[in-house]
Design a protein around this ligand. Structure first.
Ligand SMILES: *[C@@H]1O[C@H](CO)[C@@H](O)[C@H](O)[C@H]1NC(C)=O
Ligand SMILES: *[C@@H]1O[C@H](CO)[C@@H](O)[C@H](O)[C@H]1NC(C)=O
Ligand SMILES: *[C@@H]1O[C@H](CO)[C@@H](O)[C@H](O)[C@H]1NC(C)=O
Ligand SMILES: *[C@@H]1O[C@H](CO)[C@@H](O)[C@H](O)[C@H]1NC(C)=O
Ligand SMILES: *[C@@H]1O[C@H](CO)[C@@H](O)[C@H](O)[C@H]1NC(C)=O
Ligand SMILES: *[C@@H]1O[C@H](CO)[C@@H](O)[C@H](O)[C@H]1NC(C)=O
Ligand SMILES: *[C@@H]1O[C@H](CO)[C@@H](O)[C@H](O)[C@H]1NC(C)=O
Ligand SMILES: *[C@@H]1O[C@H](CO)[C@@H](O)[C@H](O)[C@H]1NC(C)=O
Ligand SMILES: *[C@@H]1O[C@H](CO)[C@@H](O)[C@H](O)[C@H]1NC(C)=O
Ligand SMILES: *[C@@H]1O[C@H](CO)[C@@H](O)[C@H](O)[C@H]1NC(C)=O
Ligand SMILES: *[C@@H]1O[C@H](CO)[C@@H](O)[C@H](O)[C@H]1NC(C)=O
Length: 540
């Protein structure tokens, strides 16, 4: 006979051994994953502080390896040597070394798939070939298998609830983060458009303008083109990527909800079927569960990977923010200039504002506010009436802030105030009503005011943009407000997946064991009943 009783026992024992082995392995991998992370975080913080101190002391802008401690992992693409390049998504070795962290789960999935598949075929073979034989039925084994079955089913249900909660929180957290980043990009794009609008005023000036020279006009046009295209690129790319990322997040959520629901259903139905001893259905479910458990183990690996990448990125962002002068891998992605260059930009915008306002004030005091005899033709255009207020210059000659004198108009409402001083024109070039500005002169001066005001208001923004101060503050906010949630919930999900996989895996084994024990119990009872009845009937 192919299957003796001892062989059957052997199969069951090996299943038990296999499942406990897998449990131990998953337990250790998830533990080390968590442990490393905590230790890594503290270590990282310490090294980053030390590095910063060293950098400050030596006053050098050295290059900095981002998240060096955290990312020190074995790289299968480099003979399993430790990868030391730090966080750098353009480096394939970083990607393979972080991908390698998912391997334990993939191995568990494969081992499970192969071994449980083999065990299933063996059981199947025995079931087909072996005649039913009575053998000793032990109350202890029966009770033990029932208790374990119930515990594993409860564990699976708890795991499913944990997974479901985790994915909900993860989805909310990622959506929040995404919205925050998009709103920051929106703000930048809106600012850029506003700058462009102010600069647009410059184009209303005649080519023959006496106020804005031709080369200034063409460079304004040039800058505006760049600003327009960055604003458009930024908003288009943001919207595109937001949609894409949101779609991925939504599909991920759907997949996890389905996994949690199916596993819950499986654990529950399997438990019921096993309790009622419907062996045929139990075996169908076991096959389904066998495949699903493999899938969830692979997913565990995926989420452990995601968890590690999120953790690395958060640490990398934090270190990048804290080491503004160091050269890092993020510099390849973000086109930031150093602080000095950004300040130079700011100073240049201030200088242009200062000069333009000076130019306007000279024009007012030397031309519009003076009454010329008609012989001085270009300066005389029959200007008359109350004097125009001077424009307040927001800067001194050394570019420090300047307080407005009483009677001066501010840049933001000069165009409004000056409008009252325009006259009407009948003969070209001559005021026929009271006023100090021809409409043409007014529009030129308003344009110059708009350019100055735009540069004055958005100069700091443009300098920040160039120096990535904006990105730094965004990263600081993400690191502070969003990273802890993202790290925690990716961990919840993979821990939930581990619990679900391990408990459903064990449940599968105990469905089979319990169903067999139950069958033997019934069989043995029948057998005993038959044998105890026989002598009686013979005796009568
Ligand atoms: C530091 O940065 C400045 C400006 O970016 C550069 O001129 C200088 O060479 C750098 N020093 C080192 C040691 O890299
Ligand atoms: C960003 O701007 C677009 C339109 O420009 C708008 O539809 C979207 O809701 C904005 N997003 C956020 C988060 O402010
Ligand atoms: C851009 O300009 C509009 C109208 O001029 C204003 O309402 C808006 O607040 C400005 N946006 C920023 C970011 O300054
Ligand atoms: C100046 O800029 C503002 C805001 O962009 C705009 O509303 C106004 O029409 C501009 N003025 C001129 C004369 O272009
Ligand atoms: C920039 O965009 C504004 C509208 O936002 C448009 O009026 C202007 O012509 C554009 N300038 C360039 C150089 O593309
Ligand atoms: C990041 O990786 C790329 C590709 O390997 C490499 O060229 C670059 O120098 C790396 N950056 C840093 C800061 O190590
Ligand atoms: C640049 O310098 C300014 C003023 O000194 C400072 O407030 C800002 O934080 C600096 N930015 C960076 C990135 O170091
Ligand atoms: C215009 O007026 C300023 C004072 O506002 C004076 O310094 C300058 O010399 C004058 N220029 C001419 C050409 O009159
Ligand atoms: C011009 O703006 C300043 C400050 O924004 C304000 O105090 C002043 O009342 C405004 N003047 C007019 C005429 O609107
Ligand atoms: C322009 O003149 C009218 C009437 O003379 C006055 O009511 C209005 O306040 C003036 N506007 C400004 C901005 O000074
Ligand atoms: C000059 O302006 C006054 C009003 O201030 C007007 O009465 C006179 O007709 C104007 N002269 C010419 C030649 O238009």
């Amino acid at each position: 006979m192919l299957c003796s009783r001892s062989q059957r026992v052997f199969i069951l024992v090996s299943l038990c051994l296999l499942s406990s082995f897998l449990l131990v392995v998953t337990g250790t991998t998830s533990n080390t994953g968590v442990g490393n992370e905590e230790v890594g975080g503290v270590e990282e913080w310490r090294t980053s502080v030390i590095e910063r101190v060293i950098a400050e002391e030596s006053g050098e802008n050295s290059s900095l390896i981002l998240a060096a401690k955290r990312t020190k992992r074995k790289d299968p693409n480099d003979n399993f040597k430790f990868y030391t390049g730090g966080w750098n998504i353009s480096n394939s070795h970083y990607l393979t070394s972080v991908g390698y962290t998912a391997v334990p789960f993939i191995i568990i999935a494969v081992v499970w798939f192969v071994f449980f598949g083999l065990s299933l075929s063996l059981i199947c073979l025995c079931y087909c070939c072996c005649a039913r034989q009575p053998y000793g039925y032990s109350r202890v084994a029966y009770a033990l298998s029932l208790i374990l079955l119930i515990s594993f089913t409860i564990a699976a249900i708890i795991g499913c609830i944990f997974l479901y909660t985790g994915q909900g929180k993860f989805h909310a957290s990622t959506t929040d983060t995404l919205e925050y980043v998009v709103s920051q990009a929106n703000l930048t794009s809106e600012n850029l458009r506003n700058v462009s609008d102010y600069l647009n005023a410059a184009k209303k000036v005649d080519v023959q303008s006496s106020i804005l020279p031709q080369d200034v006009l063409s460079s304004i046009d040039n800058i505006q083109g760049k600003i327009n295209s960055s604003a458009t690129t930024l908003s288009v790319k943001t919207m595109e990527n937001q949609d894409k990322i949101q779609n991925v997040l939504d599909s991920m959520r759907l997949a996890l909800v389905i996994i949690a629901a199916v596993m819950l259903f499986l654990a529950f139905i399997g438990f019921l079927l096993s309790i009622f001893g419907l062996q045929c259905l139990v075996y169908t479910l076991v096959i389904l569960g066998w495949i699903l458990v493999t899938v969830t183990f692979v997913l565990c690996g995926g989420f452990l990977l995601l968890h590690n990448v999120v953790g690395d990125t958060c640490v990398a962002m934090d270190q990048w923010v804290q080491n503004p002068t160091a050269h890092t891998a993020l510099d390849d992605i973000l086109p930031c200039v150093d602080n000095a260059t950004a300040r130079e930009t700011l100073d240049r915008t201030k200088l242009v504002t200062y000069k333009l306002v000076n130019l306007l004030d000279n024009a007012i005091s030397n031309m519009t506010n003076r009454n010329f005899p008609p012989q001085l033709r270009p300066l005389y255009y029959n200007q008359s009436g109350p004097l125009m207020p001077l424009l307040c210059n927001p800067f001194n000659a050394d570019l420090s802030d300047h307080q407005c004198q009483p009677g001066e108009v501010h840049l933001n409402n000069a165009t409004e105030v000056w409008k009252n001083f325009t006259c009407q024109i009948v003969t070209p070039g001559t005021c026929s009503t009271q006023g100090r500005l021809t409409p043409k002169l007014y529009s030129q001066m308003a344009a110059a005011v708009n350019v100055s005001y735009g540069l004055y208001k958005y100069g700091p923004f443009l300098a920040d943009l160039q120096g990535c101060d904006f990105v730094r503050s965004t990263f600081t906010d993400i690191e502070r407000d969003h990273c802890p949630g993202l790290k925690r919930y990716t961990q919840w999900i993979y821990v939930g997946l581990v619990v679900v996989s391990a408990s459903v895996m064990s449940s599968l084994v105990f469905w089979v064991i319990y169903a067999r024990e139950r069958r033997h119990r019934v069989y043995t009872k029948d057998y005993n009943a038959m044998h105890s009845e026989d002598p009686r009937s013979k005796g009568q």
